[in-house]
Design a protein around this ligand. Structure first.
Ligand SMILES: Nc1nc2c(ncn2[C@@H]2O[C@H](COP(=O)(O)OP(=O)(O)OP(=O)(O)O)[C@@H](O)[C@H]2O)c(=O)[nH]1
Ligand SMILES: [Mg+2]
Length: 534
């Protein structure tokens, strides 16, 4: 966009080759992985567009995800788009896998919140949106599946505004046409900044068309609303609107950029991710408005003084590559074979779906997998000073659901324990526990699906087949009232006689304080080896 005033951009400029990171998040099945597929295709990273439904997409390549047709962990893919490097982190929408979404949001420059065009379902966005707003992550709302929308976009916008504390800014209005069955279908859109109309195609960039006359009143109304929203944070624009002066496009683009970066506004874009509609419009908005790595590092209060520093946000254990620490490089450059903070950085790998491409160095902004840095786990930074915990990295929710596990083959018990340690390191919202009182090994997580996926991973990735059963509840009884007993035992059947004088006192302790045994035997009259049996 030639009229963009690039001087306002801090920390880099579009086309400078910088690396930026976008998290694609949103409710379950809202179309994030399909959108990723279209982004990869539109940017030329893949030559054929696969689909999640057919199990041919780059994202969800893991066996557990393919089997269920849903995201089960972060999908990572990097592309080159108009001279810049972009990494997209597509996260699972199911709340049982929410920790991965939070981990990806921690390291992104911009979040794209993908939702369905249904005002009734907007409420399902609330927790994620609140999380994003609380952390001041610049975000775009992408109203997806616009091909199947039966509602007016303005109603969708009103529903979204009701749950958003940031001012929403509609950037496009849909062009609708009566379909053969009497309903309406969305066939294109008008971009409210450039005031250009486009017709969607099933694949490829939309065609520029002449502005349909019937959309002009709606376009004018939506554009005025957009400018009024922008003018809330810019007095120059406000004066121009009051004086009825048509603002320069460069001023509008600058305001969009600055107000987005400052997390004052959240743009709303429209599209259909499974057929590339609105995908290039989204990419352009990201290109111009996404903050650069140093700005994000500052927002996170991570020191970025130019020396090498990376933060691990996810661990993966691979049978061939061993432990991989997925990191974002916040500053400096990481090089293959380098020593940093007492850790040797072995291979550097760039993930693209399930593929890992070897690279020799990773620059500030990049997402890279570090191989075999055993000490580095998610939520930790690696720098010259060593490994330390990131203060604001999301902590995993405590587990709410459990299953009892047993290795199908008893010889696999040691292998099972090792595999459980690994899957918990990959996903800290899972846990396991050997429960002594019921002699069970429990796997715990955020829901039944979460645990089923974990069990699939044990069998598929670690070759440990397990049986699962519902957990048993240990029967516990507590002492209600105190009592004392006194008894005497005497026996004389030749030789030494047997004699005991026994006093037992039982009384309840304060609730939750556990069990206490007090041995009041005096003078060692009872040999010590009899005491544990009591
Ligand atoms: N009509 C229509 N369907 C879509 C669109 N995008 C995705 N879908 C369908 O929606 C379903 C879910 O798509 P995914 O891309 O797997 O959704 P997701 O958000 O990645 O799902 P999770 O990662 O499991 O939360 C699939 O059946 C897609 O074909 C769209 O733009 N229009
Ligand atoms: Mg997905």
């Amino acid at each position: 966009m030639a009229d963009l005033n690039t001087e306002t951009i801090t920390g880099g400029r579009p086309g400078s080759g910088a690396h930026r990171v976008v998290a694609l998040c949103g409710p379950y099945l809202s179309g994030k992985t399909s959108l990723l597929e279209s982004i990869l295709y539109a940017t030329g990273a893949i030559g054929r567009r696969g689909s999640t439904r057919a199990g041919t997409s780059i994202g969800d390549g893991a066996t557990e995800a393919r089997k269920r047709g849903m995201g089960t962990e972060i999908n990572v893919a990097s592309v080159d788009y108009l001279g810049d490097q972009w990494t997209f982190l597509d996260v699972p929408g199911s709340i049982e896998f929410q920790h991965d979404a939070f981990a990806a949001l921690a390291v992104c420059d911009t979040a794209v919140l993908v939702c369905e065009p249904s005002p009734e379902r907007v409420v399902s966005l609330t927790p994620l949106l609140k999380y994003i707003e609380d952390r001041h992550i610049p975000h775009i709302i992408f109203v997806n599946k616009i091909d199947s929308a039966e509602v007016r976009v303005r109603d969708m916008l009103a529903a979204l505004q009701a749950i958003s504390t940031r001012k929403l800014l509609l950037r496009q209005v849909p062009i609708r046409r009566a379909a053969t069955d009497g309903s309406e279908e969305t066939v294109g859109y008008v971009d409210l900044v450039s005031e250009r109309a486009y017709r969607y195609k099933t694949s490829g960039a939309s065609d520029l068309i002449e502005m349909p006359a019937e959309i002009l009143p709606r376009e004018a109304e939506a554009r005025r609303e957009m400018l009024e929203t922008l003018s809330e944070f810019d007095d120059t624009l406000l004066e121009q609107l009051i004086e009825d002066v048509a603002p320069e496009k460069s001023l509008i683009y600058r305001d969009l950029h600055d107000e987005f970066g400052a997390d004052q506004i959240a743009p709303v874009l429209l599209g259909a991710g499974d057929r590339e509609n609105g995908v290039r419009r989204l990419l352009k908005a990201l290109r111009h408005d996404t903050p650069f790595v140093d700005v994000t590092a500052k927002r996170r209060s991570l020191s970025s003084n130019g020396v090498a520093m990376a933060e691990c946000f996810k661990v993966l254990h691979q049978s061939h590559a061993g432990k991989l620490s997925l990191c974002r490089v916040w500053s400096g450059t990481l090089s293959e074979g380098q020593s940093l903070g007492g850790q040797r950085v072995g291979s550097l790998l760039r993930p693209f779906g399930q593929r890992l491409d070897k690279i020799t160095e990773a620059k500030a902004g990049e997402i890279v997998a570090l191989a075999k840095v055993e000490a580095l786990s998610s939520g930790q930074t690696l720098a010259a000073s060593g490994i330390s915990a990131s203060a604001d990295f999301p902590t995993a929710d405590p587990p709410v659901f459990a299953l009892a596990l047993a290795a199908k083959n008893r010889n696999d018990e040691v292998k099972l324990s090792g595999a459980l340690h690994k899957i918990v390191e990959e996903d800290p919202s899972l846990a396991f526990e050997a429960r002594g009182e019921t002699h069970e090994l429990l796997i715990k997580g955020q829901g039944e699906m979460h645990l089923k996926v974990a069990v699939d991973k044990l069998a598929g990735r670690y070759n440990v087949a397990v049986d699962t059963v519902a957990t048993r509840v240990a029967y516990r009884e507590t002492i209600q009232a105190g009592t004392q007993q006194h008894a005497r035992y005497k026996r004389q059947t030749g030789g030494h006689g047997q004699f005991a004088d026994i006093k037992v006192e039982i009384k309840p302790l304060p609730r939750g304080s556990g069990f206490r045994f007090v041995d009041k035997i005096v003078g060692g009259v009872v040999p010590r080896n009899f005491i544990p049996a009591v």
